[in-house]
Design a protein around this ligand. Sequence first.
Ligand code: AMP
Ligand code: ZN
Length: 167
Amino acid sequence: MQDCLFCQIVAGKIQAKKVYEDDHSIGFLDINPRNPGHTLVIPKKHFETILDMPEKEAGKLFESVQKVAAMVKTGTNSQGISIGQSNGQAAGQVVRHVHVHVIPRFANEGPVGLEGILPSKKIDDLSMDKIAASIKSASAHAHHAHKEEEPKSEKKSKKSEDISFEF
Ligand code: AMP
Ligand code: ZN
């Protein structure tokens, strides 16, 4: 995609501090690192979110992520690695080319995990059961390339109303 920043990095038109490359992915340092060595791993092909990727491509991306995670851990001498990935504006995705954050974590920075992204919420057991049922019955392929073809049934929209939250 011509006007995509990360496609331009893949094409070498915009410079990046590349630390990894294979047939399908590249890894380069994040320009605004959360820690020294914070690396982004992206597919060479343009997909906006993980849900837009064919299963095989997503699998390949995560094979690269695992390799980069090992390299970043050794290369920065960190004690841990956080892996983060945002899909869609609501999740805080800014660059619309799928990317996985690989962030080295150090013992002296304090154990900030998922709680640092979103504080946990109290959700009653009945609602938890409804959410579990709704997720279990959802199609894993509903958001793939065929999403336009998915019929929007009455049942589906009712289901999401049932489990809506007040924040
Ligand atoms: P996200 O908020 O998950 O979409 O993350 C986008 C990330 O891309 C941010 O952490 C940015 O610092 C990073 N970023 C934006 N532009 C560049 C660039 N030219 N080179 C490297 N990283 C970038
Ligand atoms: Zn792109």
